[in-house]
Design a protein around this ligand. Structure first.
Ligand code: PMV
Length: 314
């Protein structure tokens, strides 16, 4: 690879359709890229201490606030791997990404920065190596990441993910998915920890919820291929109930989910780590997608995005 004078790269958001939390414990998950939210990272040689500019901070990396510890871990690991001193570099990462909403902001930030640094230095890092550098930060962000986010924030296609392996899947869904932001920060770290703790205290009950989520995830892959929307919607509703039982929903998320169903969504559920963040709702068709997004805003969503699966790369 040729080195550049400025390294640059982009990454985008993701929504998990099926399988969040269960995926941390070896079950499958399905995730879609969310290109409507994105980040652009740059890496530029600059004399002095390693400098970081992001939406919420502009200063030496070493003094960055704790919220940026995941990014810091990824940057240090990347420079270490390619044999560069952690100085004489300015890294930026800017975008329109809402933080802590279960849309993959930490993975997208890390992935875009790894790629920008590699673009600057010309180091030819393989996909697994880049993935493991993103995972270094994700481990700081939420302890035991499945690795799903790190793949989806760089993918242009829907992803099937299990046991650290990702593959693209064919989706022929002819109706949009509305993503609605509750406006409340999620807490993936505490939610993942709570599920793991519940596995210790109530192993059989949790195994039952995971089995429900797994069965819907496996069947949903076929429904997505065949555009079986009504069935898919029912599965989303049932998975939301399983996630509620795992204690990762919140009153605010539940209220948005119920409002989406009242507004005619074929199904709705929380997406991502939960305890705040976003919900997803399956519309009946394109026109209903617009109406549903408006209804979600009237029901209190801070903002909405309409995800049209027909725009994914096949
Ligand atoms: O909240 P997010 O965007 O970090 O998504 C977390 C998804 C989980 O399944 C809860 C955790 C994981 O590592 O897959």
């Amino acid at each position: 690879m040729q080195a550049s004078t400025v390294g640059q790269s982009v990454a985008w958001g993701k929504v998990i359709l099926f399988g969040e939390h269960a995926v941390v414990h070896g079950h499958p998950a399905i995730a879609f890229p969310l290109p409507q939210v994105g980040l652009t990272a740059t890496a530029t040689p600059s004399p002095g201490p390693l400098w970081l500019t992001v939406d919420i901070y502009d200063g030496p990396l070493a003094s960055a606030p704790p919220m940026l510890a995941p990014l810091r871990a990824t940057i240090i690991a990347t420079l270490d791997l390619i044999g560069r001193e952690p100085r004489n570099l300015h890294v930026t990462c800017i975008g329109d990404f809402p933080l802590e909403r279960g849309l993959g902001s930490s993975a997208a930030g890390a992935a875009s920065i790894v790629n920008a640094i590699a673009d600057l230095t010309g180091d030819d890092l393989s996909r697994p190596v880049r993935h493991s550098l993103v995972q270094t930060g994700e481990r700081v962000a939420h302890g035991n990441p499945s690795g799903l986010d790190a793949y989806t924030v760089l993918s242009r296609s829907p992803i099937w993910f299990q046991d650290g392996q990702a593959e693209n899947i064919e989706v022929n869904l002819g109706a949009p998915i509305v993503v609605a932001d509750s406006g409340q920060p999620g807490d993936t770290h505490s939610a993942v920890g709570a599920v793991t703790a519940m596995m210790r205290t109530n192993p059989e009950e949790v195994a039952g919820y995971f089995a429900t989520i797994r069965d819907h995830t496996v069947a949903a892959r076929e429904n997505l291929l065949k555009d079986e929307r009504a069935t898919l919607g029912r599965r989303m509703n049932e998975v939301h109930e399983a996630l509620r039982s795992l204690s990762v929903s919140s009153p605010h998320l539940d209220q948005l989910v119920y409002s989406a169903r009242e507004a005619g969504a074929l199904g709705a559920k929380l997406t991502g780590g939960g305890r705040g963040g976003c919900i997803i709702a399956l519309a009946r068709d394109a026109q209903h997608g617009q109406d549903l997004a408006r209804s979600m805003e009237q029901a209190g969503a801070l903002q909405t995005w309409i995800l049209n699966p027909e725009e994914f790369e096949k």
